[in-house]
Write a protein that binds this ligand. Structure first.
Ligand SMILES: [Fe+2]
Length: 1039
């Protein structure tokens, strides 16, 4: 027999440890509900009266037998949000007024928590109309229903309501008061819309604030629990109406419009274009493609997911809705050609702070004049923080690098772990996979930071590579014109087995490049040869010959002109004299740069933004679009002694296509004028790619889009009385609505993303490709994300159990504090409700929820899902979801205007190719004569820039009713002393994080967040004022 769960002070105040223990039995007996009075005394419903009890924890009282109770006079008070002004302008108002006069606005029906113990059936319910009883200080309308609670009724478990008037009503809460003294006996938080019975005849059920796992559900509520879940799942048929609360799934089949030739887009979701699911709307299919839905001016979301009135007002005012929906399309047509760039940087500056713009319109006379004046009035932007603090920062390499760690997209940078850099794409299609960023180039760039002497002090890894195409001059000479064979000889001074082996492998008399390392070099762990490897073998150090990696037939054919030899040695002695290492080629000594000391790799000092393999497959298609261009790109950074990054090189690659061969070029920071301008232009190309990746992946895909299936599953599979539903609910607020708005005007065909970002109409396909190639649930956790990118490694001795590769990495440093705080709060919460593993295993709703997320909401992703068997599994899953909704989203969202509002700092599109890519004489001359003009031509057009600026301003904005993480306790948490206390600890940690961030931003040693003109890193500072503040971590993705 199950016993009542008991608690002790030890378990109550044992934070970070499970509440209870694995052997703690769990009660199936309903316990008295604790409530909170305004005077901080709680009251509890018992048999004979309402008693005030101390707020200090007392042992859980046993339930008083129902039969000993006496009838009790109580009053139910329903608090409803005051209807908006517009809802009063309607023909049915007179009818509703009459209904109210007769006191029949709301019909309430109370359910006992328990079944009749004798008959096993539901006890008789208590029904009655609630009369209007006035308004409170916040203008909420109160309705009251007084009744007698019979002694045999027991505890109230739920209430069902019928809205008898013609307009929907927003229920805030329902309280049951003791009529004799006004004490609160029962509290039901509703925060939900109840539709008119004339619109939705189904009755609506609200449960008490006490949370129950499925098997704990009081007997009288089981059916109501199931019925309510069925109601929100719907039947998957028909078109959804805005008044409904049905949560269901569909693919992204409404971002294009197959009925219009220019806006045909593939359906996202399914084998061809894997993607998360979105909310099903059930709109009619399009005429030309039955797999797509017709588009609509408004997308359905369940009623409770829609913006609040305050949020809606703020959103549309802030968005300058008219700008997006009315003015800009007009301007788009009127502005000359629609694709005019900015004539000079002064013209860009005039966009800000009420200065005159340089817009020119086609229309003459009064219309043209009015359009210009309108544009001047509306198109005024605040000066973004990044240029407010330092007008020239956008131009500098320092800021370019710093923003990879502390800017708008701090989650793309990765540690370089493999060398040489090499594409994994098919060379037959994309050309040579070898990067032109060679060891020689890197060593030239890091000269002065790393020397060969340093190398030899701790040469735990030495590699040598030789490559065709001029990258390694000496070695290349050996293979040019020949058959391309390259061999590396390794010889021990006191042993010769290696040489013999290699000689044997080089059978065929091909040209040789020879490296002789004299001395006790220890064991060679591996020799990797790729290239014309027909006869190449390696000596793995043990004397036996192995065919070298990459030496299959395919390799022989493909790599004849591009040979590579890599030589790993894991155990060279630290004090080996340099002169014992000699490098020979055909008997001639080689420059030492041909042996790339990858100390920089070993010391974890090389980092990269790698958009090469991701973007190359799209380059040719995107280049066929008008007004945009694209390259595959690699941007290499070096971590300096100051802990800041310095860019070393940018490689841009165009794959073969349209009759042209592969083209690639490496740009470097330069001291000559031409090289310097090319470097700036290359940075603009990379920044445009960064902007696209940020918006389509780091922001949209990883937060907004990935989150929607979690929200749908949470509503469909977890009852509103389930503790995990109540934990997650604050983190779901408004996400579906903002996503629906995004499908309308941001990510749709011809929307702002397509029209203003480099990938154009392929934008969402690119997002789908990343979902397929990169996205995994188990790497959305911040620690896992950092480890996967090589930005951290596990270390039990470090804070957060992670050693950061770059110590001053503001996103990671602040994010990990937030991550840990969330994790500890979730741990306390989960372990309270699931003190042992068996409770997780037996929770059917929980398993249905997790299964639906994996197999329906994210059905295209088969890997990367943790199992859900233990409380620890659940804690990991929930912490990840909450982190994504709060910390991750805030880090990539609320800095959008601060960093990208001045578009030269983060252009969203590169409209022109590099001037040195197959230039005509005229193009090259134009570049030489007017290089800044080339940059302006590459930047977004006027209309693109202003559209994006307006959108970023909107997306960076906090609504006045924003709910920040750790700020407000939910009513159901507040009524549980354990949860309440755990939340207070969480709240304290969150407040402390704000202080810590302030301190860090004043720390002179943290160069990536402090310095002259540097924007302090505040994106993970939890609280914020309303507006565009560049800080604040809301609970949910609400913008
Ligand atoms: Fe967002």
């Amino acid at each position: 027999m199950l016993k009542t769960r008991s608690f002790s002070p030890e378990t109550l105040f044992s934070w970070h440890k499970p509440f209870g223990n694995d052997t703690t039995p769990v009660s199936v007996t309903p316990k008295p509900v604790f409530h909170r009075k305004k005077n901080n005394f709680r009251v509890r419903r018992n048999a004979r009266n309402i008693k005030a009890i101390s707020p200090i924890l007392t042992p859980t009282p046993t339930t008083t037998p129902v039969e000993t109770r006496t009838p009790q006079k109580v009053t139910a008070v329903v608090t409803v949000q005051k209807p908006g002004f517009l809802t009063n302008i309607r023909w049915s108002k007179v009818q509703d007024d009459l209904t109210e006069v007769f006191g029949r606005t709301l019909l309430l029906e109370f359910f006992s928590a328990e079944l009749d113990p004798e008959t096993g059936s539901e006890k008789e319910t208590i029904k009655g109309y609630a009369r209007r009883a006035g308004q409170d200080e916040d203008d909420n309308v109160k309705y009251e229903f007084a009744f007698v609670l019979p002694s045999e009724f027991g505890d109230i478990g739920a209430v069902r309501v019928v809205n008898e008037i013609h307009i929907e009503m927003y229920f805030k809460n329902i309280k049951v008061l003791d009529s004799s003294n006004g004490d609160v006996c029962l509290n039901m938080s509703c925060n939900s819309w109840v539709q008119s019975k004339f619109v939705s005849p189904e009755k609506r059920t609200f449960f008490t604030n006490k949370s129950y796992l499925p098997f704990e559900t009081p007997s009288g509520l089981n059916k109501l629990r199931q019925d309510d879940l069925k109601a929100v799942r719907g039947n998957g048929e028909g078109e959804r109406k805005s008044s409904e609360r049905i949560y269901d799934y569909d693919v992204y089949n409404d971002i294009g419009d197959p009925d219009s030739p220019d806006t045909v887009r593939p359906v996202l979701g399914g084998n061809e274009h894997p993607y998360p699911r979105r909310c099903r709307t059930g709109r009619p299919k399009s005429t030309n493609d039955l797999s797509s839905e017709t588009r609509s001016s408004s997308n359905y979301v369940p009623r409770d997911e829609a913006f609040s009135a305050v949020k809606q007002r703020t959103f549309y005012r802030k968005t300058a809705y008219s700008v997006l929906q009315v003015l800009l399309p007009i301007l788009l047509r009127e502005i000359r050609n629609g694709d005019v760039g900015f004539p000079n940087f002064t013209a860009i500056d005039t966009l800000y702070e009420q200065e005159d713009t340089e817009f020119t319109v086609q229309s003459n006379g009064i219309i043209g004049y009015l359009l210009i004046q309108l544009a001047k009035i509306i198109l005024r932007f605040d000066i973004p923080e990044v240029v407010k603090r330092d007008y020239f920062s956008w131009f500098t390499d320092e800021e370019f690098s710093r923003e990879t760690l502390a800017g708008l997209n701090p989650c793309s940078l990765q540690l370089v772990t493999d060398w040489p850099l090499r594409s994994k794409l098919d060379p037959e299609i994309y050309g040579s996979p070898e990067s032109l960023i060679t060891k020689k180039l890197v060593e030239q760039e890091i000269g002065g930071f790393m020397t060969l002497e340093e190398v030899m002090q701790n040469p735990s890894c030495i590699r040598s590579s030789q490559q065709g195409g001029g990258a390694e001059e000496e070695v290349t000479a050996g293979i040019r014109g020949g058959v391309g064979a390259a061999t590396m000889m390794w010889q021990r001074r006191l042993g010769g087995g290696g040489r013999g082996g290699l000689d044997q492998g080089c059978d065929g008399g091909k040209r040789e490049a020879t490296v002789v390392v004299e001395g006790r070099v220890g064991e060679i762990r591996g020799l990797v040869v790729s290239g014309e490897a027909d006869g190449l073998y390696m000596d793995g150090g043990g004397g036996g010959l192995q065919k070298a990696e990459g030496c299959d037939d395919e390799g022989v054919r493909q790599l004849g002109r591009n040979c590579r030899v890599e030589f790993y040695n894991q155990s060279l002695p630290r004090n080996m004299p340099q002169d014992l290492i000699r490098y020979f080629h055909h008997g001639h000594r080689l420059k030492r740069s041909n042996i790339l000391n990858m100390q920089a790799l070993e010391k974890k000092k090389l980092f990269m933004l790698d958009y090469n393999d991701l973007l190359l497959p799209y380059v040719n298609e995107i280049r066929e679009l008008e007004g945009t261009t694209l390259y595959g790109s690699r941007t290499l950074f070096f971590l300096t002694e100051k802990g800041t990054l310095r860019p070393l090189a940018i490689e841009l690659t165009r794959p073969p296509g349209n009759g042209k061969p592969q083209w690639k070029h490496v740009y470097r920071p330069c001291t000559d004028a031409t090289g310097s301008w090319l470097w700036k232009l290359a940075k603009a190309q990379v920044l445009a790619q960064e902007s696209g990746y940020h918006q389509l992946v780091s922001h949209w895909l990883r937060t907004h889009c990935a989150m929607e299936p979690y929200i749908i599953a949470t509503n469909r599979q977890l009852s509103t009385m389930h503790p995990i539903y109540r934990l997650l609910h604050p983190h779901c607020r408004f996400t579906m609505e903002i996503n629906a708005l995004a499908r309308q005007s941001l990510i749709n065909a011809g929307g702002i993303i397509e029209s203003s970002f480099s990938p154009g109409k392929y934008s969402m396909q690119l997002s789908s490709a990343v979902y397929e190639l990169q996205w995994r649930f188990d790497q959305q956790a911040l620690p896992a994300d950092l480890i996967a990118r090589g930005m951290a490694q596990e270390d039990p001795t470090s804070p957060h159990n992670l050693k950061l590769t770059i110590e001053d990495y503001p996103f990671a440093n602040d994010g990990l504090i937030l991550w840990d705080a969330i994790n500890e709060w979730v741990t306390d919460y989960v372990k309270h409700y699931y003190p042992n593993e068996s409770l997780v295993k037996s929770d059917q709703e929980l398993h249905a929820w997790w299964k639906e997320i994996r197999t329906v909401g994210h059905e295209d992703k088969k890997e990367g899902w943790p199992t859900l068997k233990t409380p620890e599994d659940l804690i990991g899953i929930l912490t990840t979801i909450i982190w994504v909704a709060s910390g991750h989203h805030s880090a990539v969202n609320f800095g959008q205007y601060a960093y990208a509002g001045y578009f030269p700092n983060r252009p969203t599109i590169a409209r022109n190719k590099m001037p040195n890519e197959d230039p005509s004489d005229e193009e090259w001359t134009s570049f030489l004569e007017n290089p800044d003009g080339e940059l302006l031509k590459c930047y977004p057009s006027q209309i693109q820039a202003t559209q994006v600026m307006a959108v970023l301003d909107i997306l960076s904005n906090h609504s006045p009713d924003e709910e920040y993480i750790g700020a407000n306790i939910s009513p159901s948490w507040e009524e549980n002393l354990y949860i309440k206390s755990a939340f207070e600890v969480f709240k304290a940690k969150i407040e402390l994080l704000g202080n810590t961030i302030d301190e860090r931003n004043e720390d002179n040693s943290l160069k990536n967040r402090f310095g002259a003109g540097v924007v302090p890193y505040e994106l993970l500072k939890p609280m914020s004022e309303k507006g565009v503040t560049g800080m604040g971590v809301p609970n949910s993705i609400s913008i």
